[in-house]
Design a protein around this ligand. Sequence first.
Ligand code: TXA
Ligand code: MG
Length: 338
Amino acid sequence: MKTDIVRAESAGAISVAVEKAVSALRAGTIVAVPTETVYGLAADALNTDASLKIFEAKERPRFDPLIVHLPDAGWLPRVARIDRNSADGAIMEKLIEAFWPGPLTLILPRRDVPDVVTAGLDTVAVRVSAHPLFARIVAAFGSPVAAPSANRFGRVSPTDAKAVAAELDGRIPLIIDGGQTLHGVESTIVRVHDGRLELLRHGPVTMEQLSAFAPVKVAEPGERPVAPGQLASHYAPATPLVLVQSADTFVIPRNGKAGALCYERKPKTGYAAVRVLSPSGDLREAAVNLFRCLRELDEARLELIVAEEVPAEGVGAAIMERLRRAATRGSAVVGKPP
Ligand code: TXA
Ligand code: MG
């Protein structure tokens, strides 16, 4: 399959891109689109055959449910149940008011959404994107759009069109290029339960922000629904990765060609390739650069990526969550060539 890339730069090009994306959705095919978090691979969420194509292109197991992107919050009662009179419902309403459109995904009891989208769970993940281009596409399509991150299963999420092509070229017909994404990490996922917020995935909406609405509890892996996005090993580069406090004091295995993924400063010596996430020590900037830097190091033919911890506050918690999962796979083979 040939993959077309449509660049949406000027006003005219944006209109063309929206039109092409909407035609693809209407035709029951899939299209990669930018969102404010990472690029997504989109299909008509109410069309089973179309949504199945997402699983095929990503090689995603069918038991991993998709996020449904709504044209606006008014769509919520059509895909999910929300009891506005309950205490949990009231918390949910406040979250929606505060963070939608934006990078917050809510898990709710579902209504009529195809089984393939929810992987047969009795809940559905929903959000409303704030990305100007994607929001326009969903609005023009006028119906919910299923979109997981536009990478092959278990791999690093793409934050620009080039990364989407590296993951899915030849597997999908169309990529809408809207430039680099704003946040760089996937949306925060929460569930409201018994007056508390259960955090299923750290993201751009931080724990600190969420705690203004209700007590927040980070769900333990055992309490999370069986879904690979929550499996220990995920977001994994092919190159083994170790997570360390300082790349400077890490002892690089002898004869090992290692790369360093640093937070604020370059290490003094020893690394064949170095990426610094944010020279000014800004966690938001570090998140924006995280997946691109990981991808670049992964492509640099290294035997090991040495990633430095970042402060686990604010969006730093989301960065640390991704790095820990990227490390799970690599740590078993430290020092040996992959
Ligand atoms: O920022 C984002 O959320 C991006 C953009 C494209 O919207 N999407 C994204 O989708 O990250 P994906 O599929 O890569 O991650 C969605 C996560 C998965 O870990 C999935 O298991 C979980 O959401 N999920 C989906 N439905 C769920 C449900 N009903 N209950 C619990 N987890 C669910
Ligand atoms: Mg993903």
